[in-house]
Ligand binder design. Structure first.
Ligand SMILES: *Cc1c(COP(=O)(O)O)cnc(C)c1O
Length: 502
């Protein structure tokens, strides 16, 4: 079994080119095309023909269809990429967002002609505010990290407004998603890390000694990156608030608690939600995304402008916020992504959203329980503590006893038609494999993935070459990981390939 039947022996399309070859029909006549060209000023016209492959229509179709099969995607199989949810999203949401009624809207249109989309944005913001227990939402930020950056700027605006300018530290737990410290640092804050306790939660004693008059705020994910719910969250909120700091909730993966618990009730002041994870837009598809940021009433005045408002008769854009941090993105952010989320929320209703969270949590606990019992794997931190939407497995025993690392397990999983979990993150776990099966996976698929892990463990203990040299069925086998992470060298290879082709 393997997802990738096609092999990487497809020549570049330019090599399929044969001079003079054409093979498509259009509805326009050559006279019409010449007439269209006439409208282009002479000085703007191309003088040499464009270097395009000369191929037939069916060759083009086959070429790109084959290329599309070289990749692994959520439409092809299980994609349990921990912390970066890749679940199946209803096609209905895409269909509605692709409607010409949406696609042909222009952000500079007279507001009287776009009341429908403004109503959708307004209602979506209210739904989301309700889901996270915040007073008011901005839809502008384009990604989770962008939401965090916006949130940190809101913190700063709040403290400055109180003439409290000494607060230059932001606290993050050592299990935090990498974007949290990065966003805080980008906004000019010093990042103070607090350790996790033996249960994988924020060490409250360490937090007490970390907070003080320099604390602007604490950024946490709850459940945290280990998938564990911070049970002491009210105490944590108290510690931070007593020091004069604010609490930021990283709600990238809301499928853990949606409809069940609200960050607002846990004491948070600012929340971001990745619509491109939890609400019907896949994460990692190259964008665009949307990460609305919600705040409690004490931070409302600082939100980006404009917000969409309703005066009882019409929807309008409110720029009247003198204390606003300004704009963080053009217009209203990714309107089509918000529309997908709006559709998703209406499609599910409150009960449906709750069920989605329940299944996400059930699937993750089922898988964690089965995987941690497989030889070579373990579930560090909080033994016996239930996980939420995700969990982090460790392959450190496997690596010590057989030499087969988390990376090699991940590569071998590809041969079983499963996208590997996130590996080597969070950093506090050795040989980490962070998995999030999501709510859209049926039990049969979970079992197939568990079987794949069991098989890989057997291989590791009997013939470790099999996983060590994997993947065997994928189009591209081992890539140079270091090179892939250095865009500059990648660019050079790309340029070299292009020049060789010419
Ligand atoms: C995905 C994720 C982010 C960042 O979201 P992006 O849209 O990728 O910037 C932040 N925090 C957590 C916990 C996440 O899972």
């Amino acid at each position: 079994m393997g997802y990738a039947q096609a092999k990487w022996d497809e020549p570049p399309i330019i090599e399929l080119s044969q001079p003079g070859k054409v093979g498509f029909h259009t509805l326009s006549s050559s006279e019409e095309r010449d007439a269209a060209l006439e409208s282009v000023p002479l000085k703007l016209r191309r003088v040499t023909p464009m270097l395009l492959p000369e191929v037939s229509e069916i060759e083009v179709v086959r070429h790109f269809t084959r290329l599309s099969q070289e990749n692994f995607g959520v439409d092809l199989g299980l994609y349990p990429l921990g912390s970066c949810t890749m679940k199946y999203n209803p096609k209905l949401c895409d269909l509605i967002a692709a409607s010409h009624k949406i696609q042909e809207l222009h952000p500079y249109q007279d507001l009287r002609t776009v009341q429908g989309i403004l109503q959708i944005l307004y209602e979506a913001a209210n739904f989301l505010a309700n889901i996270v227990g915040m007073k008011k939402i901005t839809l502008q930020p384009a990604a989770g990290a962008h939401g965090e950056y916006t949130g940190v700027m809101l913190m700063r605006a709040y403290h400055r407004d109180k003439a409290d300018t000494k607060r230059d530290e932001i606290i993050v737990p050592d299990s935090a998603h990498g974007t949290n410290p990065a966003s805080a640092a980008m906004a000019g804050y010093k990042v103070v890390e607090v350790p996790s306790d033996s249960e994988g939660c924020v060490d409250t004693e360490a937090l007490k000694s970390a907070v003080g008059p320099k604390t602007a705020g604490l950024m946490v994910t709850n459940p945290n990156t280990l998938g564990i719910f911070e049970r002491k969250i009210l105490e944590i909120a108290g510690i931070v608030h007593d020091s004069g700091g604010l609490l930021y909730y990283d709600g990238a993966n809301l499928n853990a608690i949606m409809g069940k618990a609200k960050p607002g009730d846990m004491g948070f002041d600012i929340v971001h939600i990745n619509l491109h994870k939890t609400f019907a837009t896949p994460h990692g598809g190259g964008g665009p995304g949307a990460a609305p940021v919600g705040v409690t009433s004490r931070l409302e005045d600082y939100l980006p402008v404009p917000t969409v408002e309703f005066d009882g008769e019409k929807y309008y854009l409110d720029y009247n916020k003198p204390k606003s941090i300004g704009k963080v993105r053009a217009f209203q952010g990714s309107a089509a992504v918000v529309l997908r989320a709006y559709t998703y929320i209406l499609l599910h209703g409150k009960g449906g959203l709750e069920t989605a969270s329940e299944i996400a949590v059930l699937n993750s606990n089922y898988m964690a329980e089965k995987l941690r019992k497989i030889k070579g794997f373990s579930l560090p931190y909080g033994e016996g503590v239930p996980r939420k939407h995700e969990f982090v497995l460790s392959a450190s025993t496997l690596a010590k006893e057989t030499g087969v690392t988390a990376l090699q397990v991940a590569k071998r999983l590809l041969d079983f038609g499963v996208h590997p979990p996130t590996v080597y993150f969070p950093l506090i776990i050795e040989e980490a494999m962070m998995a999030e099966p999501t709510e859209t996976v049926a039990k049969g698929e979970l079992d197939a993935m568990i079987d794949a892990f069991a098989k890989i463990s057997e291989e590791a203990y009997s013939n470790s070459d099999q996983p060590a040299t994997s993947p065997h069925a994928a189009s591209v086998t081992r890539i140079d990981e270091a090179k892939a992470n250095r865009p500059k060298s990648m660019q050079l290879t790309w340029k070299k390939n292009i020049s060789e082709r010419k």
